[in-house]
Design a binder for this molecule. Structure first.
Ligand SMILES: [Zn+2]
Length: 239
């Protein structure tokens, strides 16, 4: 059975009940597969969630979650048995920082596209410093200051963010409406998830986000690095 991915619809679920479908070991460590999970698996540039699962007075740490044919929750500690009912708890401080960072990235990417015509070609969402790669990009110090100021204005505007799915055909027929390189989306994906900063930016994304731009707080662009081939890397942190 496929794991139901709770965070796809609701990024604010911090605790939930689940059943252990199977327990395995693949050389990277011992992992469990759950019938439903809000643990975000490392993907799309966003780091893995962490936390723990508990059952019958026992508790084990979830240290890493990966996405492949199945969602593997790598654990350190006691092993639940297949069929066990467990209670799952996210390391919410970590996840919430990643949500704020990821929404900040969408805002910076949208401003960079609107103002400088630069597309985002890569990103890494971490809890301390995050980064995105822009192409084509040749930003002056003044441009960087504009990017930071304009993006923080969007944060202050307290814009609601909605997450929903649309048919791929519909999105592909309106390519200017969504920030997405559709040629990079695997063909089997027929429904795509949209992160919609209402009236400001719609992006195709499977990550976790805050519900209002104001929750990002403020952020600071620390520096840019030249990555060659007209590509520049922007590094930022939450303040
Ligand atoms: Zn995203």
């Amino acid at each position: 059975m496929m794991t139901e991915l709770i965070y796809m619809k609701d990024c604010y679920v911090k605790e939930w009940d689940a059943s252990v479908e199977s327990v395995g070991n693949d050389g990277q460590g011992t992992f469990i597969v759950l019938d439903r999970s809000a643990f975000y698996p490392e993907s799309g540039g966003q780091l893995t969630d962490k936390g723990f699962v508990g059952w019958n007075g026992q508790k084990t740490s979830v240290v890493k979650v990966t996405k492949g044919n199945i969602i593997k929750h790598y654990i350190v500690g006691p092993e639940p048995r297949a069929g066990e009912k467990v209670h799952c708890v996210l390391d919410w401080a970590r996840r919430y920082a990643l949500m704020r960072m990821h929404t900040a990235q969408h805002i910076i990417s949208a401003v960079a596209l609107k103002k400088f015509g630069s597309s985002t070609v890569g990103n890494q969402i971490h809890t301390d410093h995050s980064r995105l790669d822009l192409k084509p990009s040749k930003l002056s110090q003044e441009d960087l200051a504009f990017l930071e100021q304009k993006s923080n204005e969007i944060v202050d505007s307290a814009i609601p963010i909605e997450i929903y799915e649309v048919d791929r055909e519909e999105a592909e027929s309106n390519p200017d409406e969504y920030r997405c390189n559709f040629s990079l989306l695997p063909k089997f994906i027929r429904r795509i998830r949209i992160v919609d900063i209402k009236g400001f930016d719609k992006a195709v994304c499977a990550g976790t986000h805050v519900a209002n731009t104001r929750e990002v707080g403020h952020f600071k662009i620390l520096k840019k690095e030249n990555k060659g081939k007209e590509t520049e890397r922007i590094i930022y942190e939450l303040v």
